[in-house]
Design a protein around this ligand. Structure first.
Ligand code: FES
Length: 138
């Protein structure tokens, strides 16, 4: 598999959070999160399905609890293995999946829609054109 599709080692994906990376598609840069589940790792676009300009991982890992990714805006929870929202204002929706594969303990991007850009955030604070003020603060 191409080295330029290599994202990270599986060991770099935390068991209690997410690993953020940036991809490029036809529209520019986009953020993706890697998250562990029982016997694997999944990749999702880094935004909530309730408000798509709210990032799940703001750069230091999303909140992961009981095998669920928690949106810290209004507490929607998404199952790590499927991306299914089982609670919250967007209940019944799914996070947008990005195709990856794991080979010999290394994670590779296999989704033809994207090219791997870098580990870490995109440098853009909003995922959509309609910016929204984030009241959660830190
Ligand atoms: S923005 Fe995520 S639950 Fe509302």
């Amino acid at each position: 598999m191409d080295d330029d599709r290599h994202v990270a080692s599986l060991d770099e994906v935390p068991s209690d959070g997410t690993l953020l990376f940036t991809v490029r598609d036809g529209d520019g840069l986009a953020e993706v999160i890697l998250v562990r589940f029982d016997d694997g790792v999944s990749a999702y676009k880094n935004y909530c399905q309730h408000w798509t300009d709210v990032r799940l991982d703001k750069g230091s890992g999303a909140l992961v609890r009981n095998d669920e990714i928690v949106c810290q805006k209004h507490a929607a929870t998404f199952e790590c293995d499927s991306g299914y929202c089982n609670f919250g204002p967007c209940e019944g929706s799914y996070l947008d999946t990005v195709e990856i594969t794991v080979r010999d303990g290394e994670v590779f991007l296999t989704d033809d829609e994207y090219t791997f850009e870098r580990l870490g955030p995109s440098g853009e604070t909003a995922q959509s054109s309609g910016s929204r003020i984030d009241f959660t603060g830190t």
